[in-house]
Design a protein around this ligand. Structure first.
Ligand SMILES: Cc1cc2nc3c(=O)[nH]c(=O)nc-3n(C[C@H](O)[C@H](O)[C@H](O)COP(=O)(O)OP(=O)(O)OC[C@H]3O[C@@H](n4cnc5c(N)ncnc54)[C@H](O)[C@@H]3O)c2cc1C
Length: 365
């Protein structure tokens, strides 16, 4: 049986960022069911470096996004990761959306997002000629990052500092034993003092495997798919353009997803799956709705929209429910000291990842 200080479950961007941080002090084994890192949500997102403008004040999402934004740009500069601090406009396409622009502007200022500015439609259309809108808020700290390069770098640096990676090892059960834990996988057993559950879409199941009741604790996840489409009408853009977020809080709205080479696709839409099943196929049932959303602000022929890819959000918020924050918690009150759950790490999880690493280290006892 292997032994270490910390077992981290999941090699998505969050598990990798935690490993990169805590391996300075502790011996670490990262346990991952797949044969490599980042095979799920961390490779299926918009790769936007968010600013922190959207989230209610004093929430983990607001604080970790702001701090994570700063850390991520610094990390990308220091480690030669492709990124672009291209900025973003969040736009109102009609009168009914103007008040939301003002609300976001004030919320962002309250959260400490630097240098926000209201911009009129003419300025925005001059920057992005394919876009039509009335007003927007300019968010200069938003940008994009190559998430694969970022994750590869985190894995390499953690390995250099002694972290071990157990790929093709699925955690099946976690048994508390005195002050330690036995982590049982389909590939062997591990003993450790600290368990970090960063299993993304399966984090509620991993918590359950340690004896926690996800329904009772409010940890149950709801899968919410987001699909991306591409069109030949718009191949390059230089600035992120986001509509106002959906009023039900389900998503930030269909926007342009830029790559660091300037290429562009559009998405993601948002719909809950009936069952929590990993299904990465695209459902054309939602294409018309997708097209309508996009044509509200994009002056382009969208008749050739073709499926690109999709991701699944691990949402704590059930359909119809209000905002839910990230859960990042040392479960000592449940008699599981140093069993640390990270549940509901949806957007802005990529942006926040390095700040999550810092935060998790502070709650280890
Ligand atoms: C459509 C979409 C768009 C998004 N856009 C953005 C964005 O622009 N900016 C941003 O900041 N964030 C964005 N996000 C959010 C971001 O992608 C996630 O918050 C982040 O990737 C979560 O990383 P993670 O490591 O928690 O999860 P994951 O990447 O899912 O990693 C979890 C890992 O745990 C492993 N695992 C699960 N169960 C077990 C087990 N039992 N044993 C061993 N291993 C296990 C899985 O195989 C997986 O590799 C978006 C998300 C989606 C879905």
């Amino acid at each position: 049986m292997k032994e270490c200080d910390i077992a981290i479950i999941g090699a998505g961007v969050v598990g990798l960022a935690i490993a990169h941080k805590v391996c300075n002090k502790y011996s670490v084994i990262v346990i991952e069911a797949e044969d490599s890192f980042g095979k799920h949500t961390s490779s299926r997102n918009s790769e936007t470096i968010h600013s922190g403008i959207y989230y209610p004040a004093d929430t983990l999402k607001a604080k970790l996004c702001l701090r994570g934004n700063e850390l991520l740009y610094q990390y990308a500069r220091d480690n030669d990761i492709s990124f672009l601090n291209c900025g973003k406009y969040i736009i109102a396409s009609d009168d009914s959306e103007v008040s939301e622009i003002h609300r976001l502007f004030e919320n962002g200022n309250r959260n400490g997002v630097p240098n926000l500015r209201l911009a009129d439609g003419k300025e925005i259309e001059k920057t992005e000629p394919m876009v039509k809108c009335l007003l927007g808020v300019h968010v200069p700290t938003a940008g994009i990052i190559n998430s694969h390069e970022f994750m590869k770098s985190l894995e390499t640096k953690a390995k250099e500092k002694g972290a071990l990676f157990a790929y093709r090892s699925k955690v099946e059960r976690i048994i508390p034993e005195n002050k330690n834990y036995s982590v049982i996988t389909d590939n062997g057993e591990l003993k450790c003092g600290i368990v970090i559950n960063s299993a993304g879409l399966f984090s509620d199941k991993v918590a359950e495997s340690a004896g926690i009741d996800p329904s009772k604790e409010g940890y149950k996840l709801h899968y919410c798919k987001g699909e991306y489409y591409k069109t030949n009408s718009v191949k390059k853009m230089s600035t992120l353009i986001y509509p106002v977020p959906s009023p039900d809080g389900k998503s930030l709205g269909i926007h342009n997803r830029l790559s660091t080479d300037g290429s562009v696709v559009f998405g993601p839409n948002a719909y809950y799956l009936e069952e929590n099943k990993l299904d990465y196929s695209l459902n054309k049932k939602f294409l018309e709705e997708f097209k309508n959303s996009l044509s509200k602000f994009l002056k382009a022929d969208l008749s050739d929209l073709t499926p690109y890819d999709c991701g699944i959000r691990p949402k704590l918020q059930a359909p119809g429910e209000k905002f839910r924050d990230f859960i990042i918690k040392n479960e000592k009150e449940k008699g599981l000291a140093n069993f640390i759950n990270l549940i509901g790490i949806e957007s802005p999880g990529l942006t926040s990842s390095l700040a999550i690493g810092e935060y998790v280290e502070t709650i280890i006892i």
